[in-house]
Design a protein around this ligand. Sequence first.
Ligand SMILES: [Zn+2]
Length: 149
Amino acid sequence: MELMEKVSYLKGLVDMAEFDPASKETKVLNAMIAVMDELAKTVQSLSEANDQLCDVIESIDEDLSQVEEDLYGDEDEDEDGEEDDEDEEEDGDLYEVTCPTCGETFDVDEFMLDEGEINCPACGERLEFDLQIDDPPAKEEAAEAPSAE
Ligand SMILES: [Zn+2]
C-alpha cells in the first residue's frame, strides 16, 4: 500500500502545481504518473497473490511433513534406536567381520557378502569372503583363488 500512497501523493503534487495542461512537459509528466500508478497497482496485486501462494505452500509443507512422519517416522526410530531388533531386519542379516589386518570389527550385510569382497572401513584393506550363506558358491575357484594382491 505504501507504494500506491506515494504515487497518489505525487499525483496530488502535480495537480496542485497547476501546470499548463497544454504544455508538452505536463503531458509527459501526466503520462509518467499514469504509468507509475499502473505499476503500483500491479505490484500491489502481485504482492497479495504472492502472500496467498506462500500461505498455500506453507500449509502444503505442513501436510507433507505430517505425511513424511507417517511414512518414515517409525523406520527412523528403529534405525536410530536400540540394537535389540534383529528380527526386524527384513532386507538382509548382518554379519560380523573382523579385519585380519587391523583387527577392526564391523558389520556387513548379505548384499556386501554377495560382492565377495569389501574394503575394511578402518584401514582400507581389501577383504575377500568365502560365501557360505544358503547355497554353496557356484564358482569353486572363487574360494581357492589367491588374493589378486
Ligand atoms: Zn582393517
